[in-house]
Design a protein. Structure first.
Length: 217
């Protein structure tokens, strides 16, 4: 069942869950999803399901066939494009975060890295991925630019399936967390140059790993 007591709307909650399920690989490429099936699985009425489907069609994650909507998901070319865009602008977000983050935001960022290190040591890829997600979105939220945040958040979420692949192996998860620590330390120190350089290096490594994974698939 979808929880209805969240501060966000039910429609937003349904959208986020369905998007995560698709990008996380729950539904296969070309699989047909009907409103009836999704209503049953999520325990909600057709109205929020229809809204979620409409929004996912706009993002080309789903497409209409007449018999239901078909899963497009994220292709290898999509991943390449997403990572190329992130490589261009995520370093800027890190620089801005070093300049604009509040003390409270910096404390939360450091805690996210602490938790990621803990879960890497426990070999827990689900929690490692979640902390990776939190780390980047904290930077987007703290960069002080609604434009950068608006561009980066959906790109980061769309790369979810391949991002998980990049942290499933212990060596890469450890390296990624060490890169996060360097970015975090630069942001905590208010060093925009170091934050941007560390983020650029991190995205380059993530890009290599994700594209390697997509080639394997």
């Amino acid at each position: 069942m979808i929880e209805k007591h969240k501060s966000v709307s039910l429609a937003d909650c349904v959208f986020e869950r369905l998007e995560n399920d698709i990008l996380g690989g729950k539904y296969a490429y070309s699989e047909i999803l009907t409103e009836a099936r999704l209503c049953e699985e999520m325990g909600v009425s057709r109205t929020p399901i229809r809204e979620a489907i409409r929004r996912l069609q706009q993002e080309n994650i789903l497409r209409e066939t007449g018999k239901g909507v078909v899963v497009n998901g994220i292709t290898k070319d999509d991943i390449r494009d997403i990572l190329d865009i992130r490589a261009c602008i995520e370093g800027i977000a890190a620089r801005r975060a070093a300049e604009n983050m509040t003390d409270e935001q910096k404390k939360a960022l450091a805690n996210a890295v602490d938790l990621q290190e803990f879960y890497v040591a426990k070999a827990d890829p689900d929690h490692v991925q979640w902390q990776d997600h939190e780390f980047h979105e904290m930077i987007y939220a703290g960069c002080g630019s609604a434009t950068l945040q608006g561009a980066l958040v959906p790109l980061h979420r769309k790369a979810q399936k391949f991002r998980r692949a990049s942290v499933e192996k212990v060596n890469r998860a450890t390296a990624s967390t060490e890169e996060h620590r360097r970015i975090c330390n630069a942001i905590l120190a208010g060093d925009g140059d170091a934050a941007e350089a560390a983020m650029n290096e991190h995205i380059a490594h993530a890009r290599d790993r994700m594209l390697e994974k997509s080639t394997e698939e």
